[in-house]
Structure formats: structure tokens, C-alpha cells
Design a binder for this molecule. Sequence first.
Ligand SMILES: [Mg+2]
Ligand SMILES: [Zn+2]
Length: 177
Amino acid sequence: MIEIPCTPEKAVPALYLDLDGTVRKGKDELGRFVNGPEDVEVFPEAIEMMRRWKAGGGRIIGVSNQGGIALGIVSLAKVAAAMRETHRQAGSLFDKVAWCSHHPGAADPEMARCWCRKPSPGLVIESALEIARQYGEYYPPYMGLMVGDRPEDQECARLAGLDFQWAADWRAQASSS
Ligand SMILES: [Mg+2]
Ligand SMILES: [Zn+2]
């Protein structure tokens, strides 16, 4: 049977946030990768900007490359625990946190190839579709924004049709900075 959707959905702005170096301190700020919950330090300015977005009725989705999982550098459990801690420190403002566990350098082809590692737009699209179903909403790219600190974030935004802002500029808009 073919399911034909006919329920009207609500158009909502979605904010896609890179995590390391954008929402939480990354390698540049910590001097090491975030490998577990003990490494998580969320920027206060990011929390303020996330609050503002939510106050405007938007959704927030975290999108993070965690290729260390595919390379065997960090466990899936540690990454998941770090994500929970990030969500907690960020005032539980995320509607979803998604990450890519793959890396082109992995020996196992299942872990080496994917459509979700940024700059690929798969993580953004999969996440948006998932929460869209959950809330009966949709997230038109023209209403959305992606924030990140790396060229792959910028390219991912372009491929997904989203506006892009550099993390430092985004956080600089917070009054606490
Ligand atoms: Mg980053
Ligand atoms: Zn992936």
C-alpha cells in the first residue's frame, strides 16, 4: 500500500549546529579531541544563542563528525556519553544530536563509506526528516541556518541549501561574550 501524506505540516526554522569548536570546546581550545563526557565544556555564548533560537520557536539539531569511532580511537559509548553531557550543559536545548561514526580511513567498507560525514549533507537531512515526523513539522532550508567552525561545515550547509555562519561570529552575537 502506498501511503500518501495529506496532513498539513508547520514550517519551522531549524538551526544545525556543529559541536566541536562551535557549541563545545574542540581540539583548538582544549588541545585534545573530545573523547568522553569529562572533556565536554560548552561555550556559555552558544547556550545564549541557542536560547534565542528556541525563543523564536525554532528547532536545534547537533551534527557532528565522530570518525574516531570508525578508526577505533574512541568507543561509540564514550561518544554517546559526551553527547548526553553536551546536551545537559547546553540546558537540554537540543531537539536532536546526531553524529557520523564513519571515516574514509576505516578498513571495514561499512564504516568507511557514508552519506553523513560532513561535508556530505546526509546527517542534516536525515535528522531533519526524523524530527519532522516526530513533531508534524517541516524545515524549509531558506528558514534554516547552519553554524560551524570548519570548511566542511560551510560546504555541508551549501549542499543542504542552508545559510551558513562561522561559529566565532555566531557566538560573538551573545551578550555574555
Ligand atoms: Mg567543529
Ligand atoms: Zn557517516
